[in-house]
Design a protein around this ligand. Sequence first.
Ligand SMILES: [Zn+2]
Length: 315
Amino acid sequence: MRRTLWAPLALSVLVPLVFQAQAAHAVTGAASGGTGVAAVATPEAGSVRAGSTHGTTAAPAAKPRPKATPKSRTRPRTVVALTFDDGDRSHTMAAKLLERHGLRGTFYINSGDLGTKGKLTRAQAAAIAKAGHEIGGHTVNHERLTDLAPEEQTETICADRRALLGMGLTVRTFAYPYGAVDASARQAARDCGYNAARTIGGIAQGPCRDCVVAEPTRPERVYEIRTPGSVRESTTLADMKRYVLRAEQSGGGLLPLAFHKVCARGCGTFSVRTAVLDQFLGWLAKRERHGTAVRTLADVTGGRVRPVPEEPAAL
Ligand SMILES: [Zn+2]
């Protein structure tokens, strides 16, 4: 009795649902490589992709599950930029580690130190760029810019960028050595053709109220992009995860992290152990479902590759 009564009704609901689900699968399958998420004819899948006429009967106004959305169509709410300073020799290995997790980072290089003891060679820097990472400038010899006169600031920032561009590298962002920056250094970074520059600090490391936990996705001061200090040997995996979680929980934004040396057992205050970085990257690479992605700083801040002033620097 029941069956006969319900059959026509069930069919009338099910048939459109099946078509709808197939359409949804076609759309999401093409974009996501057919991971199977959308193959299940769940009300969520239908309502997210197609849900116009049937969505109301099938889907309660439930929160759409982020993982049902194709990756390519999702704009990340939180963007982590993994940056590595000083062109340390260990960065060849660090770059490969990122690649194993499908991630790309930004490597800030002192052009005058390339090929010296403990530093990357020109060929190694070029190989890192070729693998899809960003190479950025960091002054010729790691000068503390706030100790220099404005014209000297411009000289070292421009000469460094000129050298890196001369190697065929695409150089769009800059990092201030020691995070030391003032108004004239910001101006020099702009004048030397950089689209953005990263300092160190300014984002809270510990728990706090009403403090900055991430930059806006479009930073207000693009020539002074902040980080939660430098990652140090004493920084734990939990600390790094917390930086990301706090940014996510505060509505997202840009979270640049500043690393220096990477080595198996730690190698000084400003280093991270390879295993800790590896675990962090493995965790981070899976945050996409939480709206978090990893990008190079240049990819976040955008802009074309601008020319550098001819030597001697303008002004
Ligand atoms: Zn540095």
